[in-house]
Design a protein around this ligand. Structure first.
Ligand SMILES: Cc1cc2nc3c(=O)[nH]c(=O)nc-3n(C[C@H](O)[C@H](O)[C@H](O)COP(=O)(O)OP(=O)(O)OC[C@H]3O[C@@H](n4cnc5c(N)ncnc54)[C@H](O)[C@@H]3O)c2cc1C
Length: 399
């Protein structure tokens, strides 16, 4: 539950609270988390108390209702700590709550969102399948209407929070006769229903403390009223997912900036302290070139993310600008992590320094929420299409 006093905070005081929470509680517990192989439950409880599950949910539904620019500023703070922490609440604040907010019925909003904001109902977004990754519209999970219930069968994989979610937003084919996106609907599935099971991978390359799991649906029966948006949601599942996906993409871009910021703080401290050839590494021109270049990269990504957030708050979702921010920021985070790991020398490979862990973690950010090649392709397609219409670029700044 969110500490009730927080509802009276100004944004600046809330941001300071999250900065302090990151510095004093999340960062110091990183090695404990790695040793335990999971985010400590006491920290998940603290995340709920400080309101991290509710930052994007309207006050009417128990959340803190910060706008996108504010959410991004908060993300830049809490992702200075391991991005694994963020995974514990990211599916609630992004993909799931936004789809429910925009497309759920009033009953669905009133029932689900207050519990989500309080951190009492963790939701996972179940889209990806073995045969439907980048091409999500090929999904095969079926939801067949029998009397008043949909009966679901299928398997989802790589699902964030599959192991600890209380409910899933499952994308399933409700009209078997329609291939592709138009036959797909979104259904809210209670994780405790008979026929639902989950499994975790035995190994992860990064993000190991928040493993992405599989969800197995075997004749799972849910009331037809669980279709997102009610009956009018039929066949609209992937369209409904889009705003949440764009919301999440911008948060992922901000996460990349937060991670790269921490990496630069850590490496600046390291090269200042570490001496070779009778001088700090920081005195070497080659080292300074890396620091300066990385700083400029982080600043560029931060500017893209903030601009995307401000456009988002103006109304129309600037999806091409968001895709560009996500593409650039995620590639930037990997470049920065790799260059800074090099400056650690053997410490980049041996021991508990945070940079090698973050180097592995940020690699995933180039794969989920649209892999980099998919964003490149989609941006090019949009550019060519827009060019044919008016010779401009998508989400053009031109007046
Ligand atoms: C840590 C993590 C968390 C995740 N969380 C979730 C979640 O919560 N919910 C969920 O539903 N899914 C989740 N995913 C799944 C993620 O969205 C998919 O991994 C992603 O969409 C890519 O699908 P795929 O893995 O099947 O790769 P594939 O679709 O097989 O693609 C592999 C590679 O091929 C290339 N490629 C594919 N298509 C094209 C193309 N048209 N043009 C150019 N190159 C192309 C790209 O390089 C791509 O990386 C998560 C994944 C990870 C790693």
């Amino acid at each position: 539950m969110i500490n009730p006093e927080i509802y009276d905070y100004t944004f600046d005081s809330y941001r300071k609270l999250i900065a302090d929470f990151t510095e004093n509680e999340l960062i110091p517990a990183e090695n404990e988390m790695v040793q335990a192989g999971a985010v400590p439950e006491r920290l998940v409880k603290r995340m709920a108390e400080v309101g991290l599950f509710g930052i994007s949910i309207p006050r009417k539904y128990g959340g803190l209702e910060w706008n996108m620019e504010q959410q991004v500023l908060l993300t830049l703070e809490f992702t200075r700590a391991s991005c694994v922490y963020r995974s514990r609440f990211s599916t609630v604040i992004g993909l799931c709550s936004q789809a429910i907010l925009d497309h759920g019925t009033e009953d669905q909003r009133a029932e689900l969102l207050p519990k989500m904001a309080a951190g009492e109902l963790v939701t996972a977004f179940a889209l990806t399948e073995e045969g439907a990754g980048s091409d999500a519209a090929q999904l095969a999970t079926s939801a067949v209407l029998e009397n008043e219930n949909y009966v679901l069968n299928g398997d989802k994989r790589y699902i964030t929070n599959a192991g600890w979610a209380h409910a899933f937003v499952v994308f399933a084919r409700t009209d078997q006769s329609i291939p592709g996106a138009k036959g797909v609907s979104a259904l809210i599935v209670d994780a405790t229903l008979p026929g639902v099971s989950t499994s975790l991978p035995t190994r992860m390359n990064g993000h190991a403390e928040a493993p992405v799991g599989e969800i197995h649906l075997n004749n799972v029966s849910v009331p037809s009223s669980n279709m997102l948006g009610g009956a009018r949601g039929g066949g609209q599942g992937l369209t409904m997912a889009l705003r949440g996906i764009n919301h999440a993409r911008l948060h992922v871009a901000a996460t990349c900036v937060g991670q790269a910021t921490r990496i630069l703080e850590e490496i600046t401290s390291h090269v200042t302290d570490r001496e070779q050839f009778n001088a700090p590494l920081a005195d070497l021109g080659a080292v300074q070139a890396v620091l300066g270049e990385c700083f400029a990269e982080v600043e560029a990504a931060r500017a893209l993310v903030m601009e995307g957030a401000r456009s988002f708050d103006e109304g129309d979702v600037p999806r091409h600008r968001i895709a560009a921010a996500k593409l650039f920021a995620s590639e930037m985070a990997s470049r920065v992590a790799d260059k800074c790991l090099q400056l650690l020398g053997g410490e980049g490979i041996v021991g508990d320094h945070p940079i090698p862990r973050m180097w592995r973690d940020v690699r995933a950010l180039r794969i989920y929420e649209g892999s980099s090649p998919i964003h490149e392709r989609n941006l090019a397609v949009a550019m060519i299409r827009q060019g044919k219409i008016d010779g401009r670029l998508p989400n053009s700044y031109r007046v």
